[in-house]
Design a protein around this ligand. Structure first.
Ligand SMILES: NC(=O)c1ccc[n+]([C@@H]2O[C@H](COP(=O)([O-])OP(=O)(O)OC[C@H]3O[C@@H](n4cnc5c(N)ncnc54)[C@H](OP(=O)(O)O)[C@@H]3O)[C@@H](O)[C@H]2O)c1
Length: 250
């Protein structure tokens, strides 16, 4: 596969500053795509990455996506700008932003519940609402979400996190038939535990050995496989997990 495969094509990636979104961004830049990355912090390139990719192909939008006023103020003009630029058509979107928050429901304040649902679910729906008209008008494109194993199965202390991820999967399943007639493909990747900053503020981590944790790049490869399916085929859902699930309390 040529490393130029996405030259002059634009992708929007949320959660670009870290983890899975960062890995997707780097893979797209390696394929000469233009990437608009959205996160609160800017993505910081390492010296090796600066040598390996054209960082001018990356544009950063710093936005707290749980704040819907900022989302509209910053993303609406950006989506208009992208759709007006016919030289670099938008062909793919990966929504990789989100965080984990676990505990029994009664431990959550109303604010904590809203923040998690706004970040992990509602903002995804709002971004899809902004993006879909652009892809449908173009008559092609991919919109890929990052779900979780928590999109598939509930678990102790995960009620609100699972509610956001089940909700996302239901949203995705409903969008698919709505978008297929416009040749827009909708996908979701459901990873088990991935070795990222996700666990920094949690009281547990995956076990320490390689078989207990996925690499962000492994999940990003699944996203790239969805983007790179031949026309007329759709890889609509990918579930992947570490070979052995081990949870370690900190
Ligand atoms: N790691 C796992 O084990 C795992 C497993 C299954 C599913 N997932 C899912 O994968 C997705 C990515 O997580 P990750 O593992 O890559 O974690 P991560 O390394 O912590 O990355 C999370 C990304 O989301 C962005 N983000 C979080 N809140 C945001 C907000 N309010 N506004 C804008 N950007 C925000 C962060 O950027 P800023 O902090 O710069 O805003 C960061 O770029 C999440 O949806 C998570 O639920 C993770």
């Amino acid at each position: 596969m040529s490393c130029e495969i996405h030259r002059d094509r634009t992708f929007l990636v949320t959660g670009a500053s870290s983890g899975i979104g960062r890995a997707v961004t780097m893979m797209l830049l390696q394929r000469s795509a233009k990437v608009v990355g959205v996160s609160r912090r800017a993505l910081i390139f390492t010296a090796a990455e600066v040598d390996a990719v054209d960082t001018d192909n990356f544009r950063s939008i710093q936005c707290d996506l749980s704040d819907f006023e900022s989302l509209s103020e910053l993303l609406e003009p950006e989506v208009k700008r992208i759709s007006a630029d016919v030289s670099y058509p938008l062909i793919g979107v990966a929504l990789c932003h989100g965080y984990g928050d676990f505990g029994s429901v009664e431990q959550f304040s109303n604010e904590r519940i809203s923040r998690l649902i706004n970040t992990n679910l509602t903002s995804h729906i709002m971004i899809a609402r902004l993006i879909l008209p652009v892809l449908k008008t173009a008559g092609s494109g991919d919109l890929v979400f990052i779900g979780s194993e928590s999109s598939l199965k509930g678990g102790k202390k995960g009620a609100i996190y699972c509610a956001t991820k089940f909700g996302l999967r239901g949203f995705v399943q409903s969008l698919r038939p709505e978008c297929a007639s416009a040749n827009v493909r909708i996908g979701i990747v459901n990873p088990g535990m991935v070795d990222t900053d996700f666990f920094n503020h949690l009281d547990f981590t995956p076990g320490e050995v390689r078989d207990n944790r996925l690499h962000a790049e492994t999940v990003a490869n699944a996203v790239m496989s969805i983007f790179e399916m031949p026309q007329g085929a759709v890889m609509d859902e990918v579930s992947l997990s570490p070979l052995k699930t081990v949870i370690r309390n900190k």
